[in-house]
Design a protein around this ligand. Structure first.
Ligand SMILES: Nc1nc2c(ncn2[C@@H]2O[C@H](COP(=O)(O)OP(=O)(O)O[C@H]3O[C@H](CO)[C@@H](O)[C@H](O)[C@@H]3O)[C@@H](O)[C@H]2O)c(=O)[nH]1
Length: 282
């Protein structure tokens, strides 16, 4: 292994033990191809795991013994996708950093091209499900497509990127270091970085890809995550001086929260009070 690392791939992971070996071996296989624009010896992989206790650590140890440049950071006091990615970027040795899911929905075969696209003029590279002939979200259940497209449209005024919801993206370290007040609770770290690192549209490159279906494990996308997204959007609109939109989104969040609370509250069954027959009564 070389001491000089130019590229770092950060993988947030929670209970992904079954996916880590195929992920890491496929990444390095793609980088070892003769036509790879980035050589494998310049790349490290950092898994940021939130104390899954599912054997992920042992999988990484055995990959290290086989010579793969991969390490695992296990967080015990923090949780969350965005803060995990930020932690990985903070620990990265490379000036060119990529974020991807552990579950193989982001095809590892695109990694060399994504990494090679980053440059002083292209500070951000986005794996997009919506650009130039990408297979988009084919095969997804209808509800996932509605949520994904709705979320994307709400973010359109904030950035020119075609898929700011994507979890498959790269950023140069100098731009990452410019971003202030990143939201640790968000699920949309790419959008947060695009807005808070002030990435100009000319500095964004897009790589179309087809988002696969998960084969092992479960998605962590829940109703709570979606609510957090609306709050996060409000914060970003506020940050970008679109205060009226921020206000409407906050209002929407509050209404949905109330509706949620109302429809999911448990109605207590009436308690039957035994009628006591007084002593000597009939
Ligand atoms: N460390 C850590 N990792 C997490 C956590 N929650 C999720 N992850 C990891 O983050 C990745 C994405 O999580 P999923 O739960 O698989 O997300 P998804 O529903 O498939 O959503 C994906 O697609 C969205 C596009 O619709 C993306 O916006 C999102 O970022 C993600 O890529 C996976 O590697 C998962 O293990 C967490 O709390 N902590």
């Amino acid at each position: 292994m070389s001491g000089i690392i130019d590229y770092t791939i950060v993988v947030p992971a929670y209970k992904e033990a079954g996916n880590l070996r195929p992920l890491v071996t496929r990444i390095f296989a793609a980088l070892s191809r003769i036509d790879s624009p980035v050589p494998a010896y310049l790349v490290e992989v950092i898994i940021v795991d939130d104390n899954s206790r599912d054997g992920s650590e042992q999988v990484v140890q055995s990959l290290q013994q086989e010579g793969y440049n991969v390490r695992i950071i296990i967080r015990t006091t923090e949780r969350g996708l965005s803060s995990a990615v930020v932690r990985g970027f903070q620990e990265a040795q490379g000036d060119n950093m990529l974020c991807m899911d552990a579950d193989l929905q982001h095809p590892p075969e695109y990694v060399p091209q994504m990494l090679a696209t980053l440059s002083p003029t292209k500070q951000f590279v986005l794996g997009t499900r919506y650009g130039g002939g990408a297979g988009s979200d084919e095969g997804w259940p209808l509800y996932r497509r509605v949520i994904s497209n709705g979320a994307r449209m709400l973010a359109l005024p904030l950035t020119s990127a075609s898929d700011p919801m994507s979890g498959f993206f790269g950023i140069r370290k100098e731009s990452f270091l410019k971003a202030r007040n990143l939201n640790p609770h968000g699920f949309k770290i790419a959008l947060d970085l695009l807005v808070k690192a002030h990435i100009q549209s000319t500095a964004i490159a897009e790589v179309p890809f087809t988002f696969g279906l998960r084969s092992i494990g479960e998605s962590k996308l829940t109703g709570k995550v979606m609510m957090r997204y609306l709050e996060h959007l409000a914060e970003l609109y506020w940050f970008s001086y679109h205060a009226p939109i921020a206000f409407v989104l906050l209002l929407l969040t509050v209404i949905i929260l109330f509706a949620w609370h109302y429809f999911t509250r448990t109605v207590e069954a009436p308690v039957e009070i035994p009628i006591s027959k007084g002593r000597g009564g009939h």
